[in-house]
Design a protein around this ligand. Structure first.
Ligand code: MG
Length: 470
């Protein structure tokens, strides 16, 4: 099959979800210089015999693994879609000043914003709103607090998001080093490293890569059951045979922001998020919410508002035969945001948090994926001009406060960038340096900086040790 035909083909999930013909790994590598012709001539391995794709027999690059994911092509095929710099993003207003955000500003903002929401909600995850108000005052939590014996702790939501980003970096490294990769298998391995952080109190003597060596991640903070059980299975979940087929907890959606940070088309972000969500969550609302979330992040990264991104995601979800619950939840979130705007015009400023809380309660508690996404989208849209207010609204409710806070923080942070997040909170975050470093590494990999790519587009020695993939 030639490249055009392969790109035109598509796979389909058991649920009927189309996996479009995105050339993911090839696309990740598109920002790197193409391997020069003379380099190919020097490497006889590439010149003779069947293509690399057909020679691979086992493991992450097996032909069977590739056939499960239509996006895999050998990187030296030579026909990559155009990605990378898309359209210039319009300025955002940060503290009254007009600011043009860079790609790195938005990636940092997305991951740090998610960590902030996670930390704000960490101590009140299982508390009813009345209890929260009794403990923290009538406005509930108004800033970072202690939880798990730590000030401003990050929990499983941030941990897993970081391993998602790490897996994507390693998939890209593997793709450009070996010319071949099956990204969901690489993500499966990344989540296996996260699973070790839940079973041990410190990094093992030997770890693979830089992220798994960070002691701050070795903490068990109410991880989701479906994540634990799905990753403990001997075989990874696939679209045809997903893990936990009845599970639609928010554990897949809350870790999926990085799929939207790859500078890819929203459809690509959606596809990969969905296929990696089924590693742990097999209910359509569980994995489609993850796809919709990645779609919104991709749109926001490209300069759209969260409102525009959510409207666009709603149209995408409505195309899915089994997307009814996620579509209804997103529709309810957008309707509630419209209602909140009307509330604001009628009420005095002091009543705003309570009005937002009532609207949040109408969307559910966030334990299941579509509700978590809806609450996060609602808060990010309703308080679009006030990131702190959006984050506080996303955690002060009777439900899964840290996950709704994390998802909202990812959206808000992608929209306003790191400069737009409350600096006094960001600096206090547990694991701040690790989160920021992962964000910067993702940007380095996607933009193909000289630190990560040698002259042939392969990984530098230092980078390959930090993100083994080859
Ligand atoms: Mg959590």
């Amino acid at each position: 099959m030639d490249v055009a035909a392969r790109q035109g083909s598509s796979a389909r999930l058991a649920s009927g979800v189309a996996i479009p013909s995105a050339v993911f790994v090839a696309g990740l590598a598109a920002t790197f210089p193409a391997r020069p012709a003379h380099a190919r001539r020097r490497t006889g391995r590439r010149r003779r015999g069947p293509p690399t794709r057909l020679r691979a027999r086992r493991g992450l690059d097996s032909v069977e693994a590739q056939e499960r994911w239509s996006g895999c092509l050998p990187l030296d095929h030579g026909a990559w879609p155009v990605v990378g710099s898309r359209r210039p993003t319009s300025p955002v207003i940060v503290e009254g000043e007009s600011l043009v955000l860079s790609y790195r500003d938005r990636v940092r903002g997305c991951l740090l914003g998610g960590a902030l929401g996670d930390a704000l909600g960490a101590g009140i995850e299982f508390h009813a709103l009345e209890e929260i108000r009794r403990a923290h005052g009538p406005a509930g939590v108004t800033g970072l607090t202690d939880a798990y014996g730590v000030f401003a702790p990050i929990t499983d939501d941030t941990q897993m998001t970081l391993f998602t980003a790490e897996g994507l970096i390693r998939a890209s490294v593997r793709g450009r080093s070996r010319g071949i990769c099956h990204p969901p298998s690489v993500l499966w391995q990344a989540y296996q490293r996260w699973l070790v952080t839940q079973r041990q109190s410190k990094p093992p003597a030997e770890v693979s890569g830089w992220l798994a060596a960070q002691p701050v991640l070795y903490a068990r903070r109410a991880p989701g059951n479906a994540c634990l059980s799905g990753l403990a299975q001997p075989k990874m979940g696939t679209p045809d045979n997903p893990a936990n087929p009845d599970s639609k907890g928010c554990g897949a959606v809350m870790r999926s922001a990085p799929f939207g940070l790859l500078r890819r088309e929203p459809e690509d972000a959606w596809s990969l998020a969905v296929e990696c969500a089924v590693l742990t969550h097999g209910h359509p609302s569980g994995y489609l919410a993850a796809g919709a979330f990645a779609w919104v992040v991709a749109q926001v990264l490209d300069g759209a508002s969260v409102l525009e991104g959510a409207r666009s995601a709603l149209r995408r979800v409505e195309e899915e035969p089994r997307g009814g619950e996620v579509a209804a939840a997103l529709r309810a979130a957008l309707d509630a945001a419209g209602g909140a705007a009307a509330d604001e015009s009628r009420a005095d400023v002091g009543a705003a948090p309570d009005l937002l809380a009532r609207r949040v309660a109408g969307l559910g508690e966030g334990w299941v994926a579509e509700e978590a996404l809806a609450i996060a989208v609602f808060c990010a849209v309703a308080a679009a001009d006030d990131p702190a207010a959006a984050l506080l609204a996303a955690v002060n409710h009777s439900g899964d406060s840290d996950s709704t806070g994390a998802i909202c923080g990812n959206l808000v942070g992608a929209a306003v960038g790191e400069p737009g997040l409350p600096a006094e909170w960001v600096e206090e975050l547990e694991g701040y340096d690790v989160v920021r470093e992962v964000a910067d590494d993702l940007v380095r990999e996607i933009t193909g900086s000289a630190e990560v790519a040698d002259r042939w587009g392969g990984a530098t020695t230092e980078w390959a040790a930090r993100y083994p993939g080859g």
